[in-house]
Design a protein around this ligand. Structure first.
Ligand code: ADP
Ligand code: GLC
Length: 480
């Protein structure tokens, strides 16, 4: 039996702001339990829902040095879906109303978390063979593991993996402050280690010190070796390319299952979607105060409203798009300008456009189930889970060919009757509009073709089965 520890800042169902939480909360369930004991450690945020706080069991507490600071570390534990989850408690760091806030506080918060995640291991009696870190928040874990923790027998030989879910976020702050917070010597703050240009960079530390680096799709693993996607670390990504792999994400096929999903109005499968998706659409139209017409081409968007997701393209053609015979439903929160943009179009084209500016797991499922198409024209996309959820719910994705979108959506080929969605290449609003019109035309005028595409999408396998196997193989390669 080999022990694996996931260290991350989010994990469903406890705390989620994006796809990272979906991955951390579902992948461990899919490892072979006879070979791997995979556990997860996350912060115990005070904004976590009470129903989850209630389930936690207090394990222990102690004080830990974080440079000159002595900090309380509480440890809680729960078992969810057969996976052991540990949570680090400290109300000073994790007391906010959201997991992330100002980066200058977040740097200290996650330096504390990274060190605490290592410090608790002997106390709880769990010695991982591999520590699998996710994103910049855990970038110091591989560094600490090679630094102060390397001396103790307990930690010697523990391997680490750094998975990059989004290279845009790196945890950058000035060297002096980070050195003081992290308690690392000057040795670490040179440009071949944590320093990146003038600043300290936590993710860079993780990438340099981890034994292996992965990211969440094959295409993104290539893209980040180039300056545009590399976010100043493309040189490092090229340097580490013999220890870098892209493993595409899966989704939890139990949670995202139109046949059993308790959130959607009517359950369905690949045999019944023709009728039942329409019923879902009618009910959603009614609930959201839209024009009720189950024949309308309905496009869904469920997303963080940020530049990454291509919302400037949508803003640019929204008026033109609304002249078409479509309905658009948006669920998202994020940058104010995009929130207000959708509110504006909801007001201007009421009945046709619906802007739901909030976060709701339940509403997201209803939208995946009710819509005909799902729009995701990202500027860059490490993997993307929303398009996978759409495929599973028979909702045809319209995506830009980048990162994981390129790897998971096969473009429609009308001559060979192949493909699972629609895609375009250039980051250009009218190229996108052209593809949306092409999809709409297929929907209205070639219904049989459309339905066959829905069929193919629903049958495609984006469960964790294949990708969990790839992680297992990577673990074995590192250990044997
Ligand atoms: P990212 O992690 O970059 O935000 P992904 O596509 O990987 O993008 O994952 C996004 C996840 O967050 C999906 O599970 C999606 O359904 C969910 N999501 C995004 N915005 C909302 C929202 N406003 N309400 C509910 N779920 C949302
Ligand atoms: C990040 C990326 C997204 C990916 C998710 C999970 O949030 O933006 O593309 O699907 O992580 O890996």
């Amino acid at each position: 039996m080999r022990n694996i520890l996931f260290v991350a800042s989010e994990c469903v169902p406890f705390i989620k702001t994006g796809g990272l939480a979906d991955v951390v909360g579902s992948l461990p369930k899919y490892f072979n339990k006879d070979e791997f004991d995979c556990r997860v450690i996350i912060p115990k945020y005070m904004c976590m829902k009470y129903e989850y706080v209630q389930q936690l069991e207090y394990v222990t507490h102690f004080y830990m040095q974080l440079n000159w600071r002595s900090q309380y570390v509480g440890v809680f534990k729960t078992v969810y879906d057969g996976v052991t989850i540990y949570m680090i408690d400290n109300e000073y760091y994790f007391g906010g109303d959201r997991p992330y806030g100002d980066i200058c506080y977040d740097i200290e918060k996650f330096a504390f978390f990274s060190r605490a995640a290592l410090s608790v291991l002997p106390v709880i009696g769990f010695r991982p063979d591999i520590i699998h870190c996710h994103d910049w928040q855990t970038g110091l874990v591989p560094v600490y593991l090679k630094d102060c923790f390397a001396q103790g027998d307990f930690y010697r030989g523990i391997k680490s993996i750094m998975t990059i879910h989004n290279l845009k976020f790196q945890g950058i702050w000035d060297v002096k402050t980070v050195r003081d917070i992290a308690g690392l010597s000057d040795y670490y703050f040179t440009s071949d280690k944590l320093r990146c240009y003038e600043d300290a960079n936590l993710l860079k530390g993780g990438i340099v010190y981890a034994d292996y680096v992965t990211t969440v799709s094959e295409t993104y693993a290539e893209e980040i070796k180039t300056p545009f996607f590399g976010e100043n670390l493309d040189g490092l990504m090229r340097a580490r390319s013999n220890c870098l792999a892209g493993i595409v994400n899966g989704i939890d096929y139990d949670t995202y299952n139109p046949e059993t999903d308790p959130y959607i109005y009517r359950n369905y499968n690949v045999d019944t979607f023709r009728k039942e998706k329409k019923a879902n659409k009618r009910q959603l139209q009614q609930d959201l105060g839209m024009n009720v017409d189950d024949g309308k081409f309905m496009i869904g968007i469920v997303s963080r409203l940020t530049d990454q997701k291509g919302f400037d393209l949508i803003a640019y053609i929204m008026d033109e798009l609304c002249q078409e015979d479509v309905q658009i439903v948006v669920l998202g929160t994020g940058e104010e300008r995009y929130e207000n943009m959708f509110r504006h179009f909801d007001w201007k084209y009421h009945g046709k456009v619906s802007a739901q500016i909030y976060y709701s797991e339940e509403m997201s499922h209803k939208i995946y189930a009710a819509c005909d198409a799902f729009l995701m024209p990202s500027l860059f996309e490490p993997c993307g889970l929303s398009q996978l959820m759409s495929l599973r719910y028979g909702t045809v994705p319209i995506v830009r060919e980048t990162g994981g979108l390129r790897d998971t959506v096969e473009p429609y080929n009308e001559y060979e009757s192949k493909g699972t969605g629609f895609s375009f290449t250039n980051y250009n609003a009218h190229e996108m509009l052209g593809v949306i019109r092409y999809a709409m035309n297929t929907f209205y005028n070639k219904k049989r073709e459309w339905n066959k595409m829905v069929d193919r999408g629903m049958m495609a396998d984006f469960s964790w089965k294949t990708s969990a196997g790839k992680y297992e193989q990577l673990y074995r390669n590192l250990l044997y």
